[in-house]
Design a protein around this ligand. Structure first.
Ligand code: 5GP
Length: 199
């Protein structure tokens, strides 16, 4: 049997929209979907584990990898504070083996991915009401006021760029948003059955 090629899925949305919860539940239900672990120069938050949430890299190591061409996309998110990037090693070997790989990255990163993988399934998660973003970010209590303001500014800019995505999902209820994302993936050809080609 000819093994079909894998597929890239990109999930984006403004900070505070609830992407991480959606992604966690999606990965739990669709075990054949593989998350790409991004690299970042941001220090870990409480409860984050290296190699699980991110590959946390010192700035010099990140730069060395960037210069060595190890990223398929990378950029400075949040007003040029920290670097984030997708390592080629997280993606290419899986695609070659017919797997579906999901990236949770920002809009700028998505545009780079689309230039290289125009067939990527791109999904933008939107809040039903942008005012909820602010509540969630402030409620999270993990960041300084200045950092929150910066994230909000980026969030509003990202919301204006959601037209670059093939699919948009409103996250007013996690269950409904999750169901919609699953439908998008299944209609794009994803199969969670490990005996079929996409697994
Ligand atoms: P965090 O809240 O984890 O500090 O930041 C997450 C933000 O950085 C989100 O907007 C997320 O989409 C973006 N991000 C995470 N990893 C990557 C990556 O590898 N590339 C890009 N371009 N953005 C990323």
């Amino acid at each position: 049997m000819v093994q079909s090629e894998g597929q890239l899925v990109v999930l984006s949305g403004p900070s505070g929209v609830g992407k991480s919860t959606l992604l966690r539940r999606l990965l739990n239900d669709f075990s054949a979907l593989i998350p790409s672990i991004s690299a970042t120069t941001r220090p870990p938050r409480d409860g984050e584990a290296p190699g699980v949430d991110y590959h946390f890299l010192p700035p010099q190591e990140f730069e060395n990898k960037r210069n060595a061409g190890e990223f398929i996309e990378c950029c400075q998110v949040y007003g040029r504070e920290y670097w984030y990037g997708t390592l080629e090693g997280e993606v290419t070997p899986r695609l070659t083996h017919g797997k579906w790989v999901i990236l949770e990255i920002d809009v700028e990163g998505t545009l780079s991915i689309l230039a290289r993988y125009p067939q990527a399934v791109t999904i933008f998660v939107e809040p039903s009401d942008p005012a909820h973003l602010e509540e969630r970010l402030r409620g999270r209590g993990t960041e300084t006021l200045e950092a929150i303001e910066r994230r909000l500014e980026v969030a509003h800019r990202e919301l204006r760029q959601s037209g670059h995505y093939r699919h948009r999902v409103v996250n007013d209820s996690v269950d409904t948003a999750l169901a919609n994302i699953k439908t998008i993936l299944l209609e794009a050809g994803f199969s969670n059955d490990p005996t079929t080609a996409s697994a």
